[in-house]
Design a protein around this ligand. Structure first.
Ligand code: ACO
Length: 316
């Protein structure tokens, strides 16, 4: 399997840290110092489905194939307006594809998990062209009256088209069940029979604990996946990390003792876009001509669950 096309789409509305100062007890200085974020994009006039469609169409165009050539669609999303039908169903119609698909929710680690699924399907001979679309609107599950989570997130979508090849070298997935550190509890419809009804609540986060586990678990995953791929940290051209917090990325970099320039970021412009963050970064780097044939890319993400995943790709 190899990536043969990429695309991304971001909302047009930019919201800077200074904009947030207008209604939250926060400051540009605090947000920049603690997270590295300067601004983020927020859905205002568009919908998440507009972004998903745009990203998917761009990825198909860059792959040079039509939607009818797709064998499968995998969508990664934590939450969106439609509980049913799945995002993959809605997107199949809007891009003009005819194949089947599925949605996955592996929080911020969704992209790497989708890559693992796609590789497994290709190795089993069930598909030769697969579309992965990561589309996320985490700003819609934060409490915007509070400063603790709303400053961290941004909305966005990115897609990749996968085709036959030998670029996918190794993958590591991990899970430690601990739902209390980061969760968003949705309010379901009321039935006349339900006892002990639980009301929903916006995203709850224990930031410090999350930070600590994100650094240590991601470093662990990376060491394991490097070993699986039979390579050293120095063999990696770029570490494409989930963009959750610049200091989390810096903590992982310090453990690996690798140079800063190998850890590209765009969190300053977009905040944390959950599972879309790695493919958005990948798409931007390709457009900037920063990735070349033969480069070794390591992708690593950590998210609510706790779930985490890392993979190694040789760019073909
Ligand atoms: N603006 C100003 N002050 C703030 C803000 C804010 N937005 N938020 C908290 N503070 C205050 C706190 O009230 C506290 O004040 P006090 O000292 O008077 O009590 C002080 O700043 C320090 O707060 P902490 O929460 O201890 O700050 P910390 O250094 O841990 O940084 C942060 C908080 C940025 C959330 C950090 O813990 C973090 O990044 N954690 C990881 C969170 C994350 O990445 N979540 C994304 C989802 S999961 C994923 O994608 C990996």
């Amino acid at each position: 399997m190899k990536i043969i096309g990429t695309g991304s789409a971001l909302p047009s509305l930019r919201v800077t840290n200074h904009d947030l100062e207008g209604f939250l007890d926060t400051s540009d200085e605090w947000i920049t110092e603690r997270t590295g974020i300067k601004e983020r994009r927020l859905l205002s006039t568009e919908t998440l489905y507009d972004l998903a469609e745009e990203a998917a169409k761009k990825a198909l165009q860059s792959a040079g194939i039509g939607p009818e050539q797709l064998d499968f669609i995998i969508c990664s999303n934590v939450a969106n307006r439609f509980i049913t039908p799945g995002m993959n169903c809605i997107l199949q119609g809007s891009i003009g594809a005819t194949c089947a698909g599925l949605d996955i929710n592996v929080a911020c680690a969704g992209f790497v998990n989708a890559m693992m699924l796609a590789d497994s399907m290709m190795q089993a001979g069930r598909a030769s062209h697969i579309l992965i679309v990561c589309a996320e609107e985490p700003t819609k599950y934060c409490n915007w009256d509070e400063r603790d989570t709303s400053i961290l997130f941004g909305d966005g979508a990115a897609a990749v088209v996968l085709g036959p090849g030998n670029g996918f070298k190794a993958v590591q997935m991990s899970m430690i069940s601990n739902k209390d550190v980061l969760y968003y509890e949705r309010c379901m419809e009321k039935t006349p029979f339900e006892k002990n009804r639980v009301e929903g609540q916006p995203l709850v986060m224990k930031g410090r604990e999350l930070f600590r586990v994100a650094v240590s678990q991601s470093a662990k995953d990376i060491k394991i996946v490097l070993e699986k791929a039979g390579i050293q940290p120095s063999d990696v051209t770029y570490y494409l990390m989930h963009q959750a917090n610049k200091r989390i990325i810096e903590g992982i970099r310090a453990i690996l003792n690798e140079p800063e320039e190998k850890f590209p970021t765009n969190i300053e412009n977009y905040g944390n876009t959950s599972s879309a963050s790695i493919p958005i970064l990948l798409d931007e780097m390709l457009h900037a001509n920063r990735i070349h044939a033969g480069d070794t890319l390591l992708m690593s993400a950590f998210g609510a669950g706790f779930v985490s995943a890392a993979c190694v790709l040789q760019w073909e």
